[in-house]
Design a protein around this ligand. Sequence first.
Ligand code: UDP
Length: 140
Amino acid sequence: MAIEKTFSIIKPDAVERGLIAEILKMITDSGLKIKGMKMIHMDRAKAEGFYAVHSERPFFGELVDYMISGPVVVSCLEGESAIEKYRALMGATNPAEAAEGTIRAAYGQDIQNNSCHGSDGPDTAKTEVAYFFNDNELVG
Ligand code: UDP
């Protein structure tokens, strides 16, 4: 088991509904540590770049519109098996299929407005953290 970093977004639907504290509590209760965090409002280019891997998917346009519809909270999380651990804490992409006790089961509204993002593997974790944070914005 290794200490890993992963990348998290509290998405616009959750920020809009005042759920930042609730979601951060679930994250820290799980044992993950916050190594960097900020609230931002992405512009279209930033969101398109972030979701470039989905650019050919039919939902891409709506996904980008949603991600720039309001502010989000981006964080770098760290812990033992942080990538897998945070994916498990988020639950399935579709909140209707998310297991009880997960962020998406508790707060997700539908397959798009699903409250949170988490990196899906070591390479994306590294890329995504670097896409939003400079080294000097992360605590040691
Ligand atoms: N999404 C969507 N419609 C879909 C599938 C996904 O709007 O049919 C959105 C949803 O917000 C999801 C994001 O696109 O979180 C990225 O999709 P992915 O399959 O990578 O899911 P995740 O890794 O976020 O669970």
